[in-house]
Design a protein around this ligand. Structure first.
Ligand SMILES: NC(=O)c1ccc[n+]([C@@H]2O[C@H](COP(=O)([O-])OP(=O)(O)OC[C@H]3O[C@@H](n4cnc5c(N)ncnc54)[C@H](OP(=O)(O)O)[C@@H]3O)[C@@H](O)[C@H]2O)c1
Length: 325
């Protein structure tokens, strides 16, 4: 067997359980990829403590997405040896020198997107596509409010919002230095999380926004509903704030607003071909430069635990990736 370097999580003691190991290269069929970089997302942190709904068997390789070069592909696949690609391992398996994946989770990377940017692209951008386009019905000229705006989902939303019609994207962040990250990603306005409702009211002349993108949840949920204009949609994406909020549904009725669930993985699993359809919409925007690729913070493979910890301790700025070769 040929050996490869990979990250293993063998104990559920948090991000620092991630350790560099040598294991056998995968032998399964599918598209075999020499991985250059792997993305880090919030579920990777939760998984290291057994707190995420998907619990891989121990030891597992963390990471949901990669970018690299195709080593081999089955006959008839849409990619071939030597192609630069990004790919989804989906919730574990990414932080390894070689992965083998079904062809429908492999996407040709435009020449202008680096491996590091490519490894930080699919998980968030395709979730945001599902949120804004499929579930949130964002219409041209509508306005957005984005929580956790300097995080992975947040910066992805800010990079994509204008291309998909948003006329304004108001970012909500916890600190001034995160405000700079949100502005660089495309925010038109930035407000601090404390008191965001009043700030949004003032910025929108009392009207509110059409869509709230919420990967944070917790105690700001009710104020998010109050920040919606009539006909507005609050997109429920995640709960980095810790608590899963509850809502009195009279609030939906009184202001004619929707709380909309966005479960991208579940949607993809029940809609065959969806991932490739999403990519067909996103890829031309990246290739033409209309949407800029992410500019991730890059950690070496040996520091994968620190990379994952930066999401758990809230110190991450923008997307985080691990460089593998
Ligand atoms: N529904 C789906 O299909 C789907 C798909 C992908 C990801 N997600 C979810 O989306 C969420 C965001 O993921 P991500 O990768 O963007 O995470 P991330 O990069 O870590 O960003 C999350 C942001 O949440 C904010 N936050 C507020 N309270 C926090 C706390 N106690 N601990 C950590 N962060 C806190 C932080 O911003 P401030 O410090 O500025 O508040 C942070 O920038 C996660 O819950 C993830 O599971 C859902």
């Amino acid at each position: 067997m040929v050996r490869m370097r990979a990250i293993h999580v063998a104990r559920l003691d948090g991000p620092q359980s991630a350790e560099l190991v040598e294991i056998d290269e995968p032998t399964d069929g599918g598209v075999v990829i020499d991985v250059h970089a792997a993305g880090v997302a919030f579920p990777d942190a939760l998984q290291t403590r057994g707190l995420y709904q998907h619990r891989p068997e121990l030891p597992y390789i963390p990471g949901a997405e990669v970018a690299g070069v195709v080593r081999s592909a089955p006959a008839g696949a849409h990619v071939k040896t030597g192609d630069r690609v990004a790919a989804l391992t989906m919730l574990s398996g990414a932080m390894a020198e070689v992965v083998a994946l079904p062809a429908d989770r492999v996407f040709t990377l435009p020449e202008n997107v680096s491996f590091e940017a490519g490894a930080g692209l699919l998980f968030n951008d395709l979730t945001v596509h599902c949120a804004l386009r499929t579930r949130g019905r964002l219409a041209p000229g509508e306005t957005l409010l984005v929580h956790g705006a300097a995080g992975g989902i947040g910066t992805s939303t800010l990079r994509l919002a204008a291309a998909w019609g948003a006329s304004r994207a108001i970012a909500v962040v916890s600190t001034e230095d995160k405000a700079a990250v949100a502005r660089a990603a495309g925010a038109t306005d930035v407000v601090l999380a404390g008191g965001f409702k009043d700030a949004v009211k003032e910025l929108t002349g009392g009207r509110g926004v059409d869509v709230v993108v919420d990967p944070v949840g917790g105690d700001r949920f009710t104020d998010s509903l109050r920040s919606l204009a009539p006909g507005g949609r609050l997109l429920v994406i995640g709960f980095t704030g810790g608590d899963i909020p509850t809502v009195k549904v009279n609030r939906l009725l009184l202001n004619n607003v929707d709380a909309v669930g966005v479960g991208w993985g579940a949607w993809a699993a029940t809609h065959p071909g969806y991932l490739q359809e999403q990519w067909a919409e996103l890829e031309p925007l990246l290739a033409s430069g209309l949407v800029v690729p992410p500019e991730p913070v890059v950690y070496p493979l040996e520091r994968a635990g620190d990379a994952i910890a930066s999401l758990e301790d809230r110190s991450a700025r923008g997307k985080v990736v691990v460089k593998i070769r």
